[in-house]
Design a protein around this ligand. Structure first.
Ligand SMILES: [Zn+2]
Ligand SMILES: [Zn+2]
Ligand SMILES: [Zn+2]
Length: 88
């Protein structure tokens, strides 16, 4: 069982940049995998990407939960508790 207490911060978000990492697209960067912030809908790149914008977004915003934005993946990661969270 996950120990995450942040599920109440999951909002009904629309991806702000459905085609890629918003920060990377501003700067012409590239990404490996994408993560969707479940609090505000920002799409950012994962820690395997040069920009690591999902982690940067967490530190900047405090938004704890990201969901994989990869086709066929729906797992959620909590940055605060460092656990995966089952999608409801
Ligand atoms: Zn949590
Ligand atoms: Zn990025
Ligand atoms: Zn966010």
């Amino acid at each position: 069982m996950s120990a995450c207490t942040h599920r109440d911060q999951i909002a009904d978000v629309e991806p702000q940049t459905p085609t890629g990492c918003g920060e990377c697209m501003k700067t012409g960067g590239t990404w490996v995998h994408l993560r969707l912030c479940l609090s505000c809908g920002e799409v950012n790149c994962c820690d395997s990407s040069p920009g690591r914008h999902a982690t940067e977004h967490f530190h900047a915003s405090g938004h704890p939960l990201v969901q994989s934005f990869q086709p066929g993946e729906d797992w959620i990661w909590c940055y605060v508790d460092e656990v995966t969270v089952e999608p409801s």
